[in-house]
Design a protein around this ligand. Structure first.
Ligand code: COA
Length: 377
């Protein structure tokens, strides 16, 4: 270990950004200056998406035009749907999504147009099409026919329609929409930095997003929302929760949905998402839902009391998605449905004053030496 190396780039400020600000000292996250919890309460996800890309919230006319544009971009090619039908049904949906995004990038004749307008067009295209890819994969994995988007429906309503063939109560849509806003952007996390790194070589935006999807899949990053639900299933019932956590800590297990590289005293998005999870428990009004809620409270209290490590957004988001009817492997793809806004905003920001990302390394291998002849090795 060298004192000069910032392992995991921890503490390194790698570039400027005007998109979001993480303030662990006051436990706050802002998008373009607005607190995420205020955006989640007052705005629909479509408004947040516009804000992330354009820097300002839309007025009613701008919002209507933006939503029209998104609706026009909805729809997948027959080839892509065919391809998805041919894909391995046992593959993780993040692998399917990564392949599908790569495919429609390859279908787009304007892939290499990285002008500001070209980048924005492709960002909106991915924002409009990714929900259908995720929903189509969900239905195919469950042996059901894909459902086409409905242009009369808003972003979140349309997603439920494409997954389940119906739109749930407005309160459920609101819980989902809140999660979309909270997941949209989070400065230089691993997947966003991956997207910026790929973009910095002046590759195309689809390549940047394809790489970002690969990065997000890992359980130390976006994959944690799925892992949380597996953990709750393993715990089984509230009576087991404290002992389960104490045992996991004693055996030095990483507890999914807890801890954060930047936040050390709580993730600013958690209270809002926990309220949404609690709302889902109230709406579902089932013993199963109440069990998940109780288990999660005990796990949270025990982890904080024992280790002073707080839950991150994935901790309440995982069970909330489960109660909305989504299956567990779909949770991280749902994260992508939202984070596509942040990733693409970062690609656009990076390319506006591009500098190739190319750090140095601390070499720890052999000293320089001569190549011996084959007969002498
Ligand atoms: N469970 C148990 N211990 C944890 C922990 C967790 N979820 N998160 C951190 N710790 C402990 C580490 O074991 C370490 O203890 P040590 O100093 O005794 O070795 C200490 O806290 C520091 O953790 P470290 O892993 O060095 O922090 P990091 O900044 O590298 O890691 C995460 C941040 C997010 C990767 C890490 O907290 C984690 O793996 N969390 C679980 C996965 C998750 O929820 N990811 C989603 C993030 S939004």
């Amino acid at each position: 270990m060298s004192d000069e190396v910032k392992y995991g780039l921890a503490g390194v400020i790698a570039d400027d950004t005007a998109i979001s600000k993480v303030m662990p000292e006051i436990n706050s996250l802002t998008y373009r200056g607005y607190k995420v919890q205020d955006l989640a309460a007052a705005c629909r996800f479509e408004e947040t998406a516009y804000l992330i890309w354009h820097g300002e919230l839309p007025n009613a006319t701008q919002l209507a035009a933006f939503n029209d544009r998104e609706k026009q971009e909805r729809g997948l090619s027959d080839n892509l749907i065919q391809l998805m039908k041919m894909m391995n049904r046992k593959a993780h949906p993040m692998d399917t999504l990564r392949t599908a995004v790569s495919f429609f990038g390859q279908e787009d004749d304007t892939t290499d147009d990285s002008s500001p307008e070209g980048l924005m067009a492709k960002a909106v295209r991915m924002y409009a099409k990714i929900p259908q890819i995720v929903a189509t994969d969900f239905r195919l994995r469950h042996g059901k026919a894909p459902i086409a988007p409905d242009p009369s429906l808003g972003f979140s309503e349309n997603f439920f329609h494409m997954c389940f063939g119906e739109v749930p109560a407005a309160e459920i849509i609101k819980c989902f929409d809140i999660s979309m806003t909270l997941y949209a952007e989070h400065s230089f996390n691993a997947s966003t930095f991956t997207a910026r790194t790929i973009a910095s070589s002046t590759s195309d935006i689809y390549s940047a997003v394809t790489g970002a999807i690969g990065s997000l899949k890992g359980p130390l990053h976006g994959g944690a929302n799925e892992a949380v639900m597996h953990m709750l299933a393993e715990v089984g019932e509230p009576e087991n929760a404290k002992a389960w956590m104490l045992d996991a800590l004693a055996t030095k297990k990483k507890i999914m949905g807890f801890g954060h590289r930047v936040y050390r005293s709580g993730d600013s998005r958690v209270p809002t998402m926990t309220e949404a999870f609690e709302k889902m428990v109230e709406i579902m009004d089932s013993d199963e839902a109440r069990q998940y809620w109780k288990m999660s409270r005990i796990l949270d209290d025990t982890m904080v009391a024992e280790k002073n490590i707080y839950p991150n957004l994935d901790f309440p988001a995982g069970p909330a998605y489960y109660l909305m009817g989504f299956d567990i492997p779909m949770f991280t793809p749902i994260f992508v449905v939202s984070r596509i806004t942040g990733w693409t905003a970062h690609v656009m920001e990076h390319l506006a004053s591009n500098k190739l990302i190319r750090p140095l390394s601390n070499y720890t291998g052999s000293e320089q030496r001569d190549v011996p002849a084959l007969s002498k090795r």
